[in-house]
Design a protein around this ligand. Structure first.
Ligand code: HEM
Length: 196
């Protein structure tokens, strides 16, 4: 059966000696697979892949916005058409982020809860990096909620009413909060990759 499994699944299947179906998150298997059975491996891998895709979409979108779109529109556009363009861009981007947030929370929460249960049963704790990622992630979700449901609403209303100073102030707040989330995102990624 292990011959049919792609590496690293086959390697784990044969290399990990004594793990029950609820393998505790110990140094040998945490961050890899919670169980030696291929099906839980696959479920774990699929959830982690979805988690990664959502994080990449969110982080990639912020990278594009902060490093390409914003400086380009500042360089070539007048403030009012620029505000109208950003209202359209943010509307679409924040809808995508909303989906990414749901996926990050659902997959991350599921992976985290499963590992925390196994860790508790075996008397171990979860790696610091996992806890930091979850904390930074939750903070990012709160910041995003504020951007989407407070700052962006205010910006949209101001653009619709042609209240340009109000729109400019709301856009500046959105920009600062997106920068904050960008930094928190990299801290989350650094934590989960470096603090095992
Ligand atoms: C909101 C709460 C979050 C929770 C509960 C959570 C939970 C988890 C868990 C349990 C894993 C599996 C770790 C492993 O198998 O090594 C994981 C992986 C990962 N998460 Fe999160 N996560 C959250 C948010 C985020 C955010 C916001 C980002 C990035 C912006 C992120 C980036 C990653 C990355 C890059 C991995 C793969 C790490 C690796 O393969 O070593 N997570 N997450």
């Amino acid at each position: 059966m292990t011959q049919n499994l792609p590496r690293p699944l086959s390697a784990l299947h044969t290399d990990l000696p004594s793990h029950g179906p609820q393998c505790p998150p110990s140094a040998c298997c945490i961050g890899q697979h919670p169980s030696p059975n291929p099906e839980p491996y696959l479920m774990y891998d699929i959830l982690k892949l979805l988690h990664l895709i959502a994080a990449i979409v969110w982080m990639g979108g912020m990278t594009f916005m902060l490093l390409a779109l914003r400086p380009a529109t500042l360089a070539v556009m007048e403030p009012q058409p620029r505000a109208r363009l950003m209202a359209q861009v943010w509307q679409r981007f924040f809808n995508v982020v909303l989906i990414a947030v749901v996926v990050v929370l659902a997959t991350g929460g599921h992976l985290y809860a499963g590992a925390a249960k196994a860790a508790h049963a075996s008397g171990n704790g979860l790696p610091l990096g996992w806890n930091l990622m979850a904390a930074f992630g939750l903070l990012m979700v709160l910041v995003f909620g504020h951007i989407r449901f407070a700052g962006f609403k205010k910006f949209q209303r101001a653009v619709a009413a042609s209240e340009w100073p109000v729109a400019a102030a709301a856009a500046a707040t959105i920009h600062k909060l997106v920068v904050l989330n960008f930094v928190l995102g990299w801290l989350a990624i650094g934590a989960v990759r470096l603090l095992r």
